[in-house]
Ligand binder design. Structure first.
Ligand SMILES: *Cc1c(COP(=O)(O)O)cnc(C)c1O
Length: 391
């Protein structure tokens, strides 16, 4: 690593090169590793010596990705997983036991909600949801058996923001661990560990890859906590493949330039939408009209690439808007070079009741836009044709 600058770390953090002196890191497609002799094998298995044993534990490609991400996130170390959900499952699995309670909010990724509701509940782990936009209610909801506070900020798709430093303060006061899903922000825009969180989690599938190619997950934190994560993950097996780790390590080299452009384009779209009569509400962290604008400014470097809007005209308005788009992809994913429109009420959040959807700020007229890297004139032009199609 050549300096402390984000861009330089993201490009220059590399594992050692082979005898061929390749400039770009090779892919190590190997499931296991040789030992020089019986003594080396013993020492590695006894954790007396560092080195690779088996790719379910570590591989040069995953190690490079983890080292780079830990530096970018300001973490001591980390663990890489096959998907974002594997990162979340592993974090819950490593730290929660029968009888523990998790305090979270309904504004979490759908599958995270399913994990709490259908999987961990089977093992006697309970949870409650507080509102992201009512931080004053969180402390009173901490129970004697609360082990973890788990939140996403900004949230998906409501784009609500909660003050991480405030949650860290109440977590410390009650001896509770604070876990942040930092997927929407990436370490380029927000570093939860520096604000007092214990663990930062990513779905690398989103902006870290940013090109819609691969699934992946990362868990970052201090060495003691990551050792516990590793203890669970070595035996439960959510390992990231070396090939996907290689892709993700390459992707990080361009994260800063990509995020700058995603944020610049998204802010322009958000500002444009605010001027249009068809639009009831626009949620974007760096719009002055955002209810938690001051907190967003304090903890994020820029507003991110996702804009959520609610159109006048309910379901019909939303459908006409989507059908009027010529360039945006209609896809449930986000954080791609390609701009994407999603109608959460009939796709990602169709399993929720109307009331539960309202709790997370999704109406029938709500649309989530993941703003890509096409030319801004084409992006704005397409948003305009969507609005014009509303009649
Ligand atoms: C996509 C996503 C996840 C899940 O990640 P996968 O890589 O799809 O498993 C978790 N959290 C957030 C905020 C996400 O957007």
């Amino acid at each position: 690593m050549e300096s402390g600058y984000f861009e330089t770390i993201a490009i220059r953090t590399q594992t050692e090169r082979s005898q061929y002196k390749e400039h770009s890191v090779p892919i190590y497609l190997t499931s296991s590793y040789k030992f020089d002799d019986a003594e080396e094998m013993r020492a590695l298995f006894a954790n007396e010596k560092e080195g690779n044993v088996y790719s379910r534990y570590a591989n040069p490609n995953t190690s490079e990705l983890i080292e780079k991400m830990a530096l970018l996130e300001g973490a001591e170390t980390g663990w890489a997983t096959s998907t974002g959900m594997a990162a979340i499952f592993t974090t819950f699995g490593a730290f929660l036991q029968n009888g523990d309670h998790v305090l979270s909010s309904r504004s979490v990724f759908g599958s995270t909600h399913q994990l709490l509701n259908n999987v961990f509940s089977k093992w006697g782990i309970t949870y409650n949801y507080a509102d992201l936009d009512k931080p004053e209610t969180w402390e009173a909801m901490i129970q004697p058996n609360t082990k973890m506070i788990y939140v996403e900020t900004p949230s998906n798709p409501g784009i609500d923001i909660i003050d991480i430093a405030y949650l860290a303060e109440i977590s410390k006061r009650h001896g509770v661990m604070l876990v942040i899903d930092n997927c929407f922000a990436t370490p380029y825009l927000q570093r939860p560990l520096g604000l007092g969180a214990d663990i930062s989690i990513h779905s690398a599938t989103k902006y870290l890859d940013g090109q819609g190619r691969t699934l992946g997950g990362l868990i970052l934190g201090n060495k003691d906590l990551i050792d516990e994560i590793g203890g669970f993950a070595r035996h439960s097996g959510p390992a990231l493949s070396p090939f996907n780790a290689w892709i993700l390590s390459k992707s990080l080299e361009t994260l800063a330039v990509r995020m700058d452009r995603h944020c610049e384009n998204a802010l322009k779209v958000a500002e444009y939408l605010e001027t249009r009569p068809e639009v009831k509400v626009v949620k974007y962290p760096f719009l002055k009209s955002h209810p938690q604008y001051e907190i967003a400014k304090k903890q994020m470097a820029q507003g991110g690439g996702v804009v959520t809007l609610t159109l006048n005209g309910g379901l019909e308005g939303a459908r006409n808007f989507m059908d009027g788009l010529k360039m945006f992809s209609i896809t449930a994913n986000l954080a791609d070079t390609r701009s994407i429109a999603t109608h959460p009420a009939t796709s990602t959040h169709n399993k929720l009741t109307e009331e539960q959807r309202n709790e997370v700020g999704i109406e029938q007229g709500s649309i989530r836009l993941s703003i890509g890297l096409e030319h801004i004139n084409d992006i704005l032009g397409d948003v305009k044709s969507g609005l014009e199609n509303m009649g």
